[in-house]
Ligand binder design. Structure first.
Ligand code: ADP
Ligand code: MG
Length: 397
């Protein structure tokens, strides 16, 4: 059922606690924000609240301070960047709960924006401690969650707080849910899922769920080796999860029974070492030399994947085709991104690394949707309920 959004809620003159995912990457040496995409992604919700004359109280976590105050994980630089992007002053606070913040929140005027200090400076945030959630809730009259990226976590600011305030979705959250629900409930067919990344175990749930939905499942990346092994091929020193080989075999069988065409790479780029400049060769996946490991899909596989995907009206992609962090091993991933960008189909990208590559190549606008939530989108597509979504009011409630 669709969730009620900030647009269905009276916010004028009210204090709105807006959970955002401002967990932006920081440059270690300087503390500068290296990528402000997550801040930009919530601008529509923040701007709307300001225009509606709400009193906006933002909260987020940043990095992994593990329940303690960590000076270089304060929210000040984030507030500064937000202020630049909005062209408005953004207030900061020394904490996210307590008397000082409470009086700051009470003093807000309509259209003001305040950002609370890093939620994870308190261990109670991740523990979803009821008292901490109550203290957060005390700051506001309405709760809005726009942090899709943390919706799979039951924390005080994503779940606990919703017990005390009317809880609705922000525009980013609503968009993510709309796109992904559409994929699960009513995808235009043929429907393909392209999966890559390091490990079978990370994506097992996704593969199982997708087998029930898609016409085609294409598998690249590190996990392909486990499937090749399940088919009885030797894969040298490739990344293998021995304990998942039988599961991979079962998935291959399931695909056959449900008449899903499961496509594996036919060739691969192999190297003896994972490092830039390592000598590589292209081999058939039935013929991986003993001392080498698969680092990318090969040119024939790229061609094969393209020709299969070309038939599709809907494509989900999650996980790189190779060790894309090393440019030499990024060819498979990059060519498929380029291809997806030109495809006349609904294209949805989930997964942190995958979204990063699309962004880096400047092709975000060429996709139907690039999810801001790696883990959350994975869980959602697996069919797992997200705790941070469950607690939001239904549209008809
Ligand atoms: P996403 O974040 O898009 O969901 P994952 O986190 O599942 O993707 O996987 C990303 C990782 O998978 C990358 O660090 C990449 O280096 C690794 N990877 C891809 N192909 C291989 C391979 N053949 N061998 C080892 N690691 C791989
Ligand atoms: Mg990842």
């Amino acid at each position: 059922m669709p969730k009620r959004t900030v647009a269905d809620t009276e916010v004028k003159g009210r204090r709105v606690l807006l959970r955002v995912d401002f967990n932006v990457p920081l440059i270690t040496e300087t503390g500068a924000i290296s990528d402000d995409r997550r801040i930009r992604a919530s601008l529509p919700t923040i701007k709307y609240l300001v225009e509606q004359r709400a009193k906006v109280i933002l909260c987020s976590h940043l990095g992994r301070p593990k329940g303690k105050v960590v000076e270089n994980l304060r929210m000040a630089p984030v507030a500064q960047r937000l202020s630049q992007l909005m062209g408005l002053p953004v207030g900061t606070a020394l904490d996210c709960i307590g008397q000082d913040v409470e009086s700051k929140a009470r003093a807000l005027k309509e259209g003001d924006v305040l950002i609370l200090e890093n939620l994870r400076f308190h261990p109670e945030e991740e523990a979803n401690a009821p008292d901490f959630a109550r203290k957060l809730a005390r700051l506001a009259d309405v709760y809005v969650n726009d942090a899709f990226g943390t919706a799979h976590r039951a924390h005080a600011s994503t779940v606990g707080v919703a017990r005390h305030l009317p809880a609705v979705a922000g525009f980013l959250m609503a968009k993510e849910l709309e796109v992904m629900s559409q994929l699960l409930d009513n995808p235009e067919q043929p429907f393909a899922c392209l999966i890559g990344g390091a490990k079978v175990s990370d994506k097992l749930g996704l593969m199982q769920s997708m087998l029930r939905k898609v016409d085609m499942l294409l598998i690249g990346g590190g996990m392909a080796a486990t499937f090749l092994k399940a088919q009885g091929h030797e894969v040298g020193h490739s990344l293998i999860e021995e304990d998942r080989v039988s599961l991979a075999a079962k998935l291959l069988q399931e695909a056959e029974v449900s008449q899903v065409s499961l496509v594996l790479p036919v060739d691969a780029v192999v190297a003896e070492e994972i490092r830039a400049g390592a000598p590589t060769q292209v081999v058939s996946t039935t013929n991986v030399p003993p001392g080498s490991r698969i680092v990318d899909i090969g040119p024939k596989s790229i061609e094969l994947f393209r020709s299969e995907l070309k038939k599709c009206r809907t494509v989900i992609w999650n996980g790189p085709m190779g060790i894309y962090e090393i440019p030499q091993f990024a060819q498979g991933t990059r060519s498929l991104v380029t291809f997806l960008a030109t495809l006349d189909a609904t294209t949805v990208i989930g997964g942190g690394s995958s979204a990063e590559v699309v962004q880096e190549m400047g092709l975000t606008d060429k996709m139907t949707h690039v999810s801001t939530g790696g883990g959350a989108s994975l869980r959602f597509l697996e069919g797992t309920a997200l705790p941070g979504v469950e607690v939001l009011l239904d549209k008809e409630q």
